[in-house]
Ligand binder design. Structure first.
Ligand code: ACO
Length: 370
């Protein structure tokens, strides 16, 4: 038995949800470029869960369900108010989603119908939880969700407490489409491992949030913004990156386990970052990002991943960096739950082996002789 570090190249399951072949990402056979340009996030979530794009009636039903389920229990809001104000936002989200199960009478119902309903509920409630965490941390009261609007609009509305402008809604909606699923990434794998024991969907999503939190995965978008803030002005960018590379530090938002020639999602976020900067009449954040990309790609050949330009996009949408990874979760919960439903269908427990590298032939030594 020989271990493959990081399971690189190991095919651990079959899946018909999303694929990455020769650097091309598809959801259910639809190219991400096509979806990013034309589809709403709700259409994409439906596609991931049910394997086809919804017709008008199916989309309306999903939009209604998402609206109907969006409110979170008062008891959960009270609980969030008790979290320390400086709690890491992903840690708060992980705890809140775990608690959410306690208030769902169907939490342990393992029927397919109940699990599909819980997938939609989780999708509806994650944005409400994230907005509530953000507002409570700022000493404000949470804003109740608005009926009949998209996930993107509702999230921005609950976060800001006022109607967001159309440009922001569109940009966030497209970012949600781009982050919705990504084959067997670390958090999705974590969710599948958890539910393959026949544990419940809330446990699967809680595991996934824990995995997404790390800076080598979803947490990278927050780390990118910290880096851009440290750089500060464009004249500092090249020197800052050269120093980091010399120190053999990782540059957040670059590199990918699967894409070695570039992440197909990055170009959409780059375009969005430029457009938002143009609209504000200040492209400095975008300009610094481009110079960082040129330097890292020029020196190391590493290309930006989905997290790199999402940092400048969210910042230009007026979103604080602590919310970047939770926003990733708001989108990816669609993919996690689609994978969880797929895992339940024809499940087998996921239990690989380890190559043992420890001591052998040890003999027990009584405590008094140690
Ligand atoms: N900055 C500097 N060097 C890097 C980076 C980076 N961002 N990424 C990879 N490298 C280097 C590695 O150090 C390694 O160099 P070496 O051969 O001299 O040791 C080489 O490139 C190959 O990289 P691996 O470590 O084999 O890449 P791996 O597949 O294990 O990791 C990962 C992929 C985690 C994404 C890595 O590129 C990384 O840490 N990037 C920064 C964090 C990040 O942006 N994560 C988000 C990924 S996308 C997502 O999860 C949503």
């Amino acid at each position: 038995m020989t271990a493959t570090k990081g399971l690189e190249g190991i095919v651990a399951t079959t899946s018909s949800i999303s694929s990455i072949v020769d650097g091309v990402l598809t959801y259910r056979g639809y190219n991400i470029d096509d979806l990013a340009e034309h589809a709403s996030f709700e259409e994409v979530a439906y596609l991931l869960w049910f394997g086809k794009l919804p017709n008008e009636q199916e989309l309306q039903k999903l939009q209604k369900d998402l609206s109907d389920y969006a409110a979170i229990p008062d008891a959960l809001i009270e609980q969030i108010k008790l979290y320390p104000k400086d709690t890491n936002t992903m840690a708060a989200l992980r705890s809140a989603v775990s608690s959410l199960a306690l208030y769902d009478a169907d939490a342990e119902d393992m029927s397919q119908e109940a699990n599909e309903k819980k997938a939609v509920k989780l999708q509806a409630q994650l944005p409400t939880i994230v907005a509530a965490i953000a507002r409570i941390r700022q000493g404000k009261e949470p804003v109740a969700p608005k009926a009949g609007v998209s996930v993107a609009e509702n999230f921005l509305y609950m976060l800001r407490g006022e109607q967001p402008e159309e440009t922001s809604i569109k940009a966030l909606d497209q970012a949600l489409v781009l982050h919705a699923d990504h084959e067997l990434n670390a958090s999705t794998f974590a969710s599948r491992v958890t539910v393959a024991t026949l544990s419940d969907i809330y446990s699967g999503v809680t595991s996934a949030i824990g995995a997404l939190k790390g800076p080598l995965h979803g947490g990278a978008n927050e780390a990118v913004m910290k880096m851009l803030n440290e750089i500060g002005t464009i004249d500092q960018a090249e020197g800052y990156i050269q120093q980091k590379l010399q120190n053999k530090d990782k540059i957040m938002g670059f590199g990918h386990r699967v894409y070695k020639n570039g992440d197909p999602r990055a170009k959409h976020l780059q375009k969005m970052s430029k457009e938002l900067g143009d609209m504000k009449g200040d492209t400095s954040l975008y300009d610094i990002s481009v110079l960082v990309e040129d330097t890292v790609t020029g020196q190391k050949g590493l290309k930006p991943n989905v997290d790199f330009y999402s940092a400048s996009v969210y910042t230009q949408l007026g979103i604080e960096h602590e919310l970047f990874t939770p926003i990733f979760a708001i989108s990816r919960v669609s993919g996690w739950t689609a994978h969880i439903l797929e895992q339940y269908d024809g499940n087998r427990i996921i239990r690989p082996r380890a190559e043992y590298t420890g001591l052998t032939d040890q003999k027990y030594v009584p405590l008094s002789l140690r």
